[in-house]
Ligand binder design. Structure first.
Ligand code: CA
Length: 508
């Protein structure tokens, strides 16, 4: 593929980016990506149950734009990462699930294209796409899911083991690469955390971060799943039934050094002893697990917030903060006890919506908040426009650049297509697809052994507890959304039937 050489490229920057004063100022891109980070855990998302203070994340929101409805096309780790890189849905980028998918690194991606157009590119941390990264001058990734303590890395193909805590090390390595960069050229750095992915293991300095706080419960902690169909009733992702002793930290995490194990035991052992002695049952047991889960999960998020603070401070110290776009997001959202769940996967809000904070000096208005339907699908196209680079072929997202400057186009999407495939392992969430609007969701659960639709009205039922699909009063909305989901499936080239293996099975 041919891309514009430098003079044409510089000219296009002027055309594309009204916020930039001079053509030579192609922005740096710092893309900070987390794994399974719930917006409920970020204090600048004001609707949270005030679970945690995240001053450094709040700094991005305060100096930039916070997105309230950033949606993912397929709420699971690898597929979401493949969508970010390609700007395409799973059925076109070939990575529909975590069980047997392998990323085809020969396909076009935005890092590859930016690199071909003069950007220096690096990825540090979580990758999880099974094949080696392509399109990076430097890659330094965790193998598979990676470890929280003393993690292995694969650095440009060579395995190394590091001492310490994974979030800190990813931050060290990210700053280390920035220190050595060519200052005459713009950079793309993808700093991608494992945190706070299961089993959400905090840095040891954060073990007592909440002083044994009892966390406010979501109103749906004891959801009985009445009002919804078989798929919701038959999932396997509850605190009540699915949560393991290792999730609960009744067993220690692997790879702790003897010194770390001593610190670990000093925190967990007396609390675990009290737990065993109490012999909790039923709702009391669920409540105990909920509080243990939130302690560990939020403690793990604290390290992410600290990492963001270090990276922001580095940009300030280098004097490049005003030339750098900061995009902070997660590969999906996460349930923090809502519906009695942990994990993700569903079209429901907590997993569909991902945190998105963007600071772009001169473009984003400080402290702005956006409610448009945007997506991780849009990142590639956004980076292309920001860098003044022609997009690769077949990108399905749309550039957020006008949205970021506060000028959402009149024809911005009013509906969004969602499609989840992986089944049955690990959480028995049935494949489903649907359409999401500002107010409604129409969902089709279609496999295996099921074939039914649900309709949710977020205005009258914000916790998504009751399908109104069969309510005669909803007939007009239902019919309109049926037409819309059919239109989107055609526009997005979704195959009528899932190709073989899309729901998982043995790795290819
Ligand atoms: Ca994830």
């Amino acid at each position: 593929m041919n891309f514009p050489k430098l003079p044409a490229l510089l000219a296009s920057v002027v055309l594309f980016v009204p916020g930039l004063r001079a053509a030579t100022e192609r922005p740096n891109i710092l893309f900070i990506f987390t794994d399974d980070l719930a917006y409920q855990a970020i204090s600048s998302y004001g609707e949270s149950r005030k679970l945690l203070d995240t001053p450094n994340l709040d700094r991005i929101a305060r100096e930039g734009m916070r997105f309230n409805r950033a949606l993912v096309p397929n709420s699971i780790c690898g597929p979401s990462r493949a969508t970010v890189l390609t700007g395409k849905y799973s059925h076109l980028n070939g990575f529909p699930n975590n069980s047997n998918s392998r990323f085809d690194g020969s396909q076009p991606t935005f890092p590859k294209t930016l690199r071909a157009n003069g950007y220096q590119t690096a990825i540090v941390g979580k990758w999880h796409l099974m094949s080696d990264p392509t399109g990076f001058d430097h890659w330094d990734i965790l193998p598979g899911q990676g470890a929280y303590y003393q993690p292995d890395f694969i650095r440009n193909g060579e395995k190394v083991t590091e001492d310490g805590y994974v979030t800190d090390i990813i931050t060290d390595h990210s700053i280390g690469w920035l220190e050595k960069r060519d200052k005459s050229r713009p950079f793309l750095l993808m700093a991608q955390h494992k945190a706070p992915h299961r089993e959400w293991a905090p840095a040891l300095r954060h073990l007592n971060h909440d002083n044994d706080r009892k966390y406010p419960e979501p109103p749906t902690l004891f959801d009985d799943y009445a009002g919804r169909g078989q798929a919701v009733r038959e999932q396997d992702m509850t605190l009540e039934k699915t949560f393991t002793p290792r999730d609960a930290k009744l067993n220690a995490q692997p790879r702790l050094t003897p010194q770390q194990r001593t610190e670990w035991d000093a925190y967990y052992e007396p609390r675990n002893k009290s737990f065993h002695e109490a012999n909790l049952q039923g709702n009391d047991l669920v409540r105990w697990r909920y509080n243990r889960y939130l302690h560990d999960y939020l403690g793990t998020v604290k390290s992410v917030d600290e990492s963001v603070g270090r990276l922001l401070d580095y940009l300030d110290k280098e004097g490049i903060a005003d030339k750098t776009i900061i995009v902070f997001s997660s590969d999906q959202g996460f349930f923090l006890g809502e519906h009695g769940w942990f994990d993700k996967r569903w079209i429901f809000e907590e997993s569909l919506r991902t945190p998105l904070l963007v600071k772009w000096p001169g473009v984003t208005k400080p402290g702005s908040v956006n409610d448009d339907l945007v997506s991780t699908l849009d990142f590639a196209q956004t980076f292309y426009e920001a860098a003044g680079v022609a997009p690769h072929e077949g990108v399905q997202g749309r550039s957020l650049v006008p949205v970021l400057s506060g000028n959402t186009p009149d024809d911005w999407r009013k509906s969004f297509y969602y499609h989840y495939y992986e089944y049955p392992m690990p959480h028995r969430v049935r494949p489903h697809y649907g359409v999401v609007t500002a107010r409604h969701k129409l969902v089709h659960f279609y496999a295996p052994d099921v074939d039914y639709w649900e309709l949710y009205d977020l205005q009258t039922d914000p916790h998504e507890l009751r399908s109104v699909y069969d309510d005669p009063a909803q007939a007009a909305v239902r019919d309109e959304l049926h037409r819309e989901v059919a239109r989107l499936r055609t526009e997005l080239k979704v195959p009528a039937q899932d190709p073989p293996g899309f729901s998982g099975g043995r790795r290819k």
